[in-house]
Each structure stands twice: as C-alpha cells, then as structure tokens.
Design a protein around this ligand. Structure first.
Ligand code: ADP
Ligand code: ZN
Length: 788
C-alpha cells in the first residue's frame, strides 16, 4: 500500500495500491507519481510519503491503484520528507499543501508523457492514455519500464506557464484611450510586475487575450521565457551588478574573532545557531564568505539567503568573485517556473558540495549535506511568508541544519528582538562587530520636530531642505526615505469632503500622477484620474499628504536646476532590470539625490552618501502591531546606515511629529542594546512575545453573504469555551485592521498562550466547526509578522 500526498487540491494524503502492471520494487518514498482521483478519471500528481504492507488496509476496502511513476529515482530524500511533515504539523496543513506550496510548478503536474521503445520504434504515450488502457496493455509497458525501454519525457506542462508577460515601456502608455483592454493589461502589469499569461487571463478575464497579443506585437510588452544566462535581476543588462566585494581581504580583528568562533560551532558535534550582530558596514558579508570557504573545504554545502532579490543578487556576485570556480546556484521567486524546476532537479541529484544563493524560497531546495545556512538581515519580515504556504524561514532553516549538524548563522545590525532574547537566554551564540570596515564611520543622527510644519510647505522642514541643498552643492549625495509610494495617499473631494476609496477594500485610493490614476495599494484596483466623486459627482480633488512621487517633484523645485534626482519605489522599478539600473546609476554618481521607500534602506552600499533624510519617521509607529517600535527602529537604523559609508563623515536627519517617543533616544546613537533593554521590558509587562506564544486566526467571507457575522460570532463562542479549558487567552473577534479586502469582510482573533499545542487545538476545533464548502475562510498565522 502506498500513501500518496496529492500536490494539488484536495491536497490530501490517500492510500493507493501498488498496481499489478508494475513490479513492486518500482515504488520508492519521495518519488513523484501520477494517480487517478475520483470517479471521472481525473489524474493528479503526488509524492509517495510512505510504503506499508497491505495488512493495514481494512477488510473489504478496495484501494485504487497508483497509475505510474513520474520518475525512476525519487526527487525527494527521506530527510526532506521529514522536514515537510514537521512543517505540516506546525502549521496544521497537509503534507500535500506544503509540497504544493514549495515545489516548482513543473514538478507538480500530472500531464506527463512517456517515450516507449517498443521493438525499436519509439512512440509517445501520455499519462491520460495509460489511464484508459486495459491492465494487459499497461503490463506490456510495465515490462518495458522494467527493461529500461521507457523514459519519462520532460513535462509538457503548460507551455503557457512559462510564458511570462512583462512591460517593455513606462507610463504614460502610448495606446489609444479607447483601447480599454490594453490599458487594463498595462496597468495591471505595472502594478503586479511580471505575471504568467495564465495568471493574467485568470485575473482579468479571457477577454484580454487579444489585447495581450496586440501589445506584444507592438513591442509594449514582452511575452516569453527569460533569456538564458542573463542575470535575473539585471535581466537585459550584463550581470555586472555589485562587484565591490573581492577576494583576498585580510579579516579585521573583529571579523577574525567572529569567524573563529563560528568555525568552531560549525564543526561542533551538534547543530547550532548563532547571531552575527554587526553594525551596518562592519563587513558581515566577508565573514559569511570565509565561513562558506571552510564549509566547502570540508565537503559540505552552503546556503546564503537574503530577504530580497536585489540583495540576493549582491550576495551572488560576492560569491562569484570569491569563488570563481565553485558551482553556485541562484534561486528566487522572480525566475520562471522552468528555471526553478531545472535548479530543483539538478540539486536533487547532486552529491558534490555547492553554494546556493537566493531569497527565502531557496530554503526548500534539496541539497547535499548542509554545513552552513546564513540568513542575512535576519530581522527582515520578508523571511516570513504569510500568504499561501505560511512559514518562517528561520524555523525551516533550523530544521535543515539540524538534519546535518550544521550551523545556522543569522546576521543583522538590528536583530529581531526574539533572536536577541534567545541570545540572552543562551540558546543562541553571538559574535559582535562594532567597528565599520574600511573608511566608514557611523553617522551623526539628529531629530527634527515637524509638529508645527504647515501642510502647504510640503513634507520637508526648512532646516532639512537647507541641508539637502548644501550637501548637493558640495557634490555629495543624499538619500531620502519616505515609506509611501505614489503622489498623494488621500484624495479629498473639494465639493463634499468625501475621500476616494477602493470599492473592494474600503482603503483610501492613492493618486499616482505619472500614471494619471487612483490606485488601491492592497488589491491593485485602479481608475483613471480625474474621476467623478462617487458621492456628489464633483470633479475636484485635493490631494493630501505626500508620497515619493510628490516628494521627487518638490525636490526638483527647491534644488539647483541641474540636480539629478532618482526615485526608487515599486512604481519606478516595475520593469525587470530597472531597480538595478537605478541603484547602479546612483552608485556611479549619475544623480545626487535618491528618493525612495524602504527598498533603499536595505544593505546597499553608496560611499559618497553623506546625508540620509527620513522624511516621516512616525509612519509605522502608530500601526496596530506590537512590533511597531521594533520595525521603526530597524528601518531607521538601516536607513541611517546608508550614510557615511565612505571616507567622508555622514549625517542623518529624522523628521518626526512625536519627538518624545522612547524609540528616538536609541535610534539617534544606533543603540540597539539600549533599545532592546527598553523594548523587552515593555513586552514582558504587556505579555507579548517572546514571553507568550501569539497567533492570529483570520476569518473572511464575501461582502454579500449575510450569514457571515453569525458564523464569526459562533466561532468566538467555540474559541472562548475551549480557551478556558486550555489556558488560551482569546481576544476578539475584532474586525481586522483592514476590515474589507478584495471584496471580503475580515475578522480576526488574537490568541495568547504558553503552548503552541493549545493554540493549535483551538484552531482545529474552530476549523471543524465550519462546514465543508462554507463561504467562510479560516486561516491560522503562527507568530504573525503582519498584523494587518
Ligand atoms: P555589512 O556588515 O553592512 O553587510 P558589508 O559586508 O557590505 O557590510 O561590508 C561593507 C564594506 O566594507 C564593503 O565595501 C566591504 O568590501 C568592506 N570590507 C569588509 N571587510 C573588509 C576588510 N576586512 N577589509 C577591507 N574592507 C572590508
Ligand atoms: Zn482595493
């Protein structure tokens, strides 16, 4: 009997019989297979998760037979299956859901074909043909399989999946205003980045099919797979990005000390985790590389992960410079499914040690024995995936090093409060680097109270403008952080005071001037601007507040006319390669000012920047999230770290309306230890993690479903009753901070307890109280990083 986890809905693990037409020895754990499902002869791909003898099958039960293996040797090793199982248990998902969420699309398909060498003349047989054959016919092919005369062809899987659509132009779009469909496609791509054709048709309706083709013919978009060999991030450029890290540094004393300590941990007899707590610019990358060298020398593999693709690309280049002849695999969510599948397969077969570089999804690559996993910028919330398959990269990374007695190394200048707490509890070792490598010194930080700033004067205080101007005039560079894209986040109707809102999410629409549209930042809904007010039919709006676009415009007015200003945000980096081009241009000093969202606070190295401005330091402090202060502290210290990385001293100006907030005294001196001491006391008092286990259960239902509220109420009763029994504090239900999203009403419960098991028990009971096929959706987010 084979237990097989399905890789697509219903994602269940089902029992199948080993069929008569193939020898029993064909089946192996971790192997991909094709199985029939239901009465209609549907086929599904699955993974064999266990093989048992038939005695466990109940009398009288006749099992369906597994149809065919999708490969001779299993794709997944036993320890990989163990990890999947643990992950499924932790997040109360099935193994199929976990595997379905992490395998590249081409490895989850049942649409496979066999090449059968039958008497010398090859023929092709699809899985669905086999499904229709008699047992006798199947046995013929089964015998040929045994004599190696059958091979599985590369998946014919959806050529369309590999047809990625991407923009080749920027707005405003050069199409007729009446070409509504084309505009819709362009706008959607601009908002969402690269999408497969299938996904486009699904989201926008099949009516856009001809618009896609027209746009491609006219050269406004590109449809196709990526060019081989081009760097995924830089795409159409040569892959010369970030090559500032060379071979042959002598380690500085602090780097050497950290290195020596971590080497010991890496070679210890049991798995370890450690924190490299090094200020921005202290040279953490070089430490990672030297540790990687040691692991490779001992025949073990290495994974280097960054929270974001541009930083992963920088790591990749650092690796290629340091290890020119070492094989390095690069993996991230921007790659096409075909590319990811290729990497996945190659690594599944590989036994020689290698280096893997990527974003969080690379963590699930099969790999030879791992001696070291590095999570750079470990505090970054992108290491948690909270849509679809929910997981925390740190957790998965630790499973993986546990399996191979390796070292998990977390690096940051502003560690996650939870990580630092674990250090204080002596569960995690730590090495500290307090000096900047090379010339850089930590910048001098000052606060600027903007409580009395008049809106009409824009978002920058006069003192701030003065410093920006002076810096530019000295020929030095400035970065300005404003964590809000678009032109204006609020559009007031001048006639009736009504605020323009998204019809699906009720959030205020942001005005994007370049694109002449109002946009919902949550669901991507957009309307052309000007638009009539939905309340009074007026046409006059007052844009309130300032986003990056408006700030850029404003700066152009106050700076010397020949000043070049660049903008880095999701809008300006939509097209593949553009982010890199902007960063490169700024690094090459083709512009004096770089305005951007938090994208620019991360990891980048600009030696000529001597002034960093945080235009609105308070954004974020008021979010309904117990980690708001931690987030703000991290963001601001990281942003400050962009200044003074070269020979010249740097300055940081932070504008705030709330200068009394406890966060500031620590941001000023980048005093993480001080911040930590204060923050951990607050959490202890208010019972927040790490002193309690916290989970969020979210419920949502369609706006027009009138039974929804009743159901939410009854679930609260279920939760409360069980909460008493299991010592779980249940807060809620309350409307989610975004109460309506994508046409669904949303509620949530916050659960606090000393035990994950109790929290899971509660969730399990709530889920069971919801009937199958209900319009109510329920999900569990363990240790949420995103409380919205
Ligand atoms: P961070 O700790 O912020 O990640 P990086 O690893 O980016 O810092 O290093 C900052 C800069 O210091 C880089 O330009 C790097 O080349 C330089 N650097 C690092 N280590 C050394 C060293 N031992 N000698 C000289 N320069 C170094
Ligand atoms: Zn919306």
């Amino acid at each position: 009997m084979l237990a097989i986890s399905l890789l697509s809905p219903p994602y269940a693990t089902l029992s199948y019989a080993a069929p008569a037409w193939l020898d029993d020895s064909v089946w192996k754990c971790g192997q991909r297979v094709v199985v029939p499902l239901g009465k209609g002869g549907m086929l599904r791909a699955g993974i064999v998760v266990s093989i048992d003898d038939d005695s466990s099958v109940k009398k009288g039960v006749v099992l369906k037979a597994c149809l065919w293996p999708a490969e001779r040797e299993p794709l997944l090793r036993p320890e990989y299956l163990v990890m999947v199982k643990q992950l499924a248990l932790r997040h109360m998902a099935t193994e199929g859901e976990v595997l379905g969420g992490l395998l590249p699309a081409g490895l989850r398909t049942s649409k496979l074909r066999l090449r059968v060498l039958d008497g010398g003349r090859p023929r092709t047989v699809a899985m669905r043909d086999i499904a229709k054959m008699t047992d006798a016919e199947r046995s013929v092919i089964g015998a040929l399989w045994a004599s190696n005369d059958v091979e599985v062809l590369d998946s014919t899987f959806d050529a369309e999946e590999q047809e990625l659509c991407s923009l080749l132009v920027d707005p405003p779009w050069s199409v007729r205003p009446s070409a509504k469909r084309q505009i819709e496609v362009l706008e959607y791509l601009h908002e969402k980045g690269m999408l497969s054709r299938t996904r486009m048709l699904k989201d926008l309706g099949s009516g856009i099919s001809s618009a896609l083709n027209t746009l491609a013919e006219r050269g406004l978009i590109r449809i196709g797979s990526r060019e081989e060999g081009a760097c995924e991030v830089c795409q159409d450029e040569s892959s010369e990005c970030f090559s500032d890290i060379d071979e042959g540094f002598t380690l500085l004393p602090e780097q050497q000390a950290a290195h020596d300590e971590f080497i010991q941990l890496m070679h210890a007899a049991s798995p370890k985790s450690a924190l490299l707590y090094g200020i921005t610019g202290s040279g953490k990358t070089v430490v990672y590389l030297e540790l990687a060298a040691e692991a490779l020398a001992k025949g073990r593999s290495v994974m280097l992960l960054a929270p974001e693709v541009a930083l992963a690309c920088r790591l990749e280049n650092a690796v290629r410079n340091r290890f020119p002849s070492q094989e390095c695999f690069f993996y991230n969510g921007y790659q096409s499914p075909a590319e990811r599948e290729k990497t996945f397969r190659t690594l599944a077969d590989r036994t020689a040690p290698c280096i893997i570089v990527g974003t969080r999804s690379a963590l699930f690559l099969p790999s030879p024995e791992l001696g070291l996993i590095v999570l750079d910028e470990e505090h970054d919330t992108s290491f948690k995936q909270d849509e679809g398959l929910v997981y925390q990269a740190k957790e998965v990374a630790y499973y993986r090093v546990q399996q191979s007695n390796g070292l998990l190394l977390l690096g940051s200048a502003t560690p996650d409060v939870k990580t630092f707490h674990a250090v204080k509890q002596q569960a995690v070792s730590m090495s500290v680097m307090k000096e900047r490598a090379g010339e850089g010194r930590l910048p001098e930080v000052s606060l600027l109270n903007i409580k009395n700033l008049k809106r009409a004067d824009g978002i920058l205080a006069p003192e701030c403008k003065k410093q920006i101007r002076e810096t530019v005039e000295r020929g030095e560079q400035v970065v300005i952080l404003l964590n809000r894209r678009g032109y204006s986040p609020l559009m007031y109707c001048l006639d009736c005071g009504h605020v323009a809102r998204c019809p699906h999410c009720e959030v205020g629409l942001t005005y994007h001037k370049e694109r002449e549209r109002l946009l919902c930042h949550y669901c991507g809904y957009s309307v052309p601007y000007p638009v009539v007010c939905s309340k009074c039919k007026g046409l006059h709006y007052l844009p309130m507040g300032e986003g990056t676009e408006k700030l850029e415009e404003h700066l152009a007015e106050i700076l010397p006319p020949d000043t070049k200003i660049l903008r880095l945000d999701r809008d300006s980096t939509r097209r593949p390669g553009k982010m890199q081009r902007i960063l490169d241009a700024f690094a090459n000093q083709e512009a004096q000012v770089l305005v951007g969202t938090q994208m620019l606070s991360k990891g980048h190295h600009f030696p000529n920047v001597t002034l960093a401005v945080v235009a609105d330091g308070d954004l974020g402090l008021n979010l309904p999230d117990y980690r708001a202060a931690e987030r703000t502290f991290q963001l601001l210290v990281q942003a400050s770290g962009r200044s003074g990385r070269g020979e010249k001293a740097g300055r940081v100006l932070i504008q705030t309306r709330d200068p009394e907030h406890y966060c500031w005294q620590f941001v000023g001196s980048a005093d993480y230890d001080g911040f930590y001491a204060e923050e951990i006391e607050r959490r202890r008092k208010r019972k927040y993690p790490p002193f309690v286990k916290l989970a969020l259960i979210r419920a949502s239902y369609p706006l027009d479903w009138n039974k929804g509220m009743e159901w939410v109420g009854s679930l609260t009763e279920v939760a409360r009753a069980l909460g008493k029994e299991h010592d779980v504090r249940v807060l809620g239900h309350t409307p989610s901070p975004l109460p309506i999203l994508r046409g669904r009403k949303r509620f949530q419960w916050t659960l606090k307890s000393d035990s994950w098991i109790s929290i899971r028990t509660l969730y399990y009971a709530m889920r069971n109280a919801v009937p199958r096929g209900s319009k109510l959706r329920l999900s569990l987010d363990i240790d949420p990083v995103n409380m919205l």
